[in-house]
Design a protein around this ligand. Structure first.
Ligand code: AVI
Length: 332
């Protein structure tokens, strides 16, 4: 049962609102998409396949690693600058968190903002979303919480709300924007600015460009958790799509691609082998790789330039080493 401040009406709406609920992907269509990705000259798999339940748990572990500075740096930026962030966002905003996951960082905002009209967490994982929304509603009994189950990278709608608010502020922490190719990132943020309207805000976490040594360390940790996370994509392929990847025949690789300004993660085939997928056999040469993830790193100027047609930069907060930035933009 939802707690009292999880809006019952909206909760019910969420259950029935097929517009927003993402039905499990059409498996056949997805298999076709995977065959196409694995037939390219540079074979690839979408990073969305990392996040089954085990993969999500591995990502939580990554965020605690000493080498993976991103999460703790972003949290300390939020803690150190929360008064200014609160002033920039203003009172009575409706906060729309994209890919809310465990809703951890939002607590820093909720604990410090003078007033929030409502909180709308959007996440693809219904169980995860309901669990964290229920937990949040117990801890913040006066907060209106309107969870939306949706793949936020595709068009979705915000239910009509009978509450007054000053503006909608999209919250997108974690530098997850870096996992989109630049053109996709631009399109995605344009869609978000259209969805949230003219007067809206965007509070976003961005991993900044830096020495490649620091970046490569963050994606090649000593405990091998990132390697497990990367290899788990093959396990997920086997259990969800019936492939027969032999996990021990693959190796995790992550490096900084200076030309594109991104960390690339790949899985490298340790020998010549072939894998079955829906009646098709896909062969791999020894040392050939499957590209599994991009993680773009930006300078503030590059990021500002990318979205300048629809967002204006209002303020930036960073750490003393300029590793990470939390930026506040207003829709144009
Ligand atoms: C979710 N995303 C921001 C992470 C990143 O850093 O690009 C995913 C990740 N991949 C390897 N480690 C963490």
């Amino acid at each position: 049962m939802p707690a009292g401040n999880l809006w019952d009406l909206d909760y019910l709406k969420m259950q029935n609102n097929t517009e927003n609920i993402v039905l499990p992907d059409n498996k056949k269509g997805t298999i076709k998409e995977i065959v196409q990705s694995l037939s390219k000259a540079q074979k690839e798999l979408s990073c969305k396949f990392f996040y089954d339940e085990y993969g999500s748990r591995l990502f939580e572990q990554i965020s605690e690693l000493e080498e993976y500075y991103l999460t703790r740096t972003e949290i300390s930026i939020l803690n150190n600058n929360i008064k200014y962030i609160s002033d920039a966002v203003g009172e009575d905003a409706l906060i729309l968190e994209l890919g809310s996951g465990s809703s951890r960082k939002i607590r820093i905002l909720l604990d410090n903002f003078k007033s929030v009209a409502a909180y709308i967490p959007v996440d693809i994982s219904r169980d995860f979303l309901l669990k964290s929304s229920n937990q949040l509603s117990e801890d913040y009994s006066n907060l209106k919480i309107i969870p939306i189950v949706a793949d936020y990278t595709r068009p979705f709608t915000i239910p009509e709300l009978k509450i007054s608010f000053s503006k909608i502020v999209a919250y997108y922490p974690g530098s997850t924007i870096g996992n989109f190719k630049m053109e996709q990132a631009e399109n995605f943020l344009k869609n978000i600015s259209d969805l949230c309207g003219k007067n809206s805000g965007l509070l976003i976490g961005i991993d900044l460009k830096k020495e490649s040594k620091i970046l490569e360390r963050a994606y090649n940790d000593g405990k091998g958790i990132t390697a497990k996370f990367n290899l788990n994509i093959l396990k997920n392929m086997n259990s969800t799509f019936g492939t027969n990847f032999e996990i021990n025949k693959w190796k995790h690789i992550a490096f900084y691609n200076e030309e594109y300004g991104r960390i690339e993660m790949h899985l490298q085939s340790l020998e010549e082998q072939s894998v079955r997928l829906n009646g098709t056999s896909i062969s791999f040469k020894k040392d050939e790789t499957i590209h599994t993830e991009n993680s773009y790193k930006y300078s503030i100027e590059e990021f500002e330039e990318m979205i300048k047609d629809f967002y204006r930069l209002i303020d930036v907060w960073s750490d003393s080493d300029n590793k990470f930035a939390v930026c506040y933009f207003e829709a144009k």
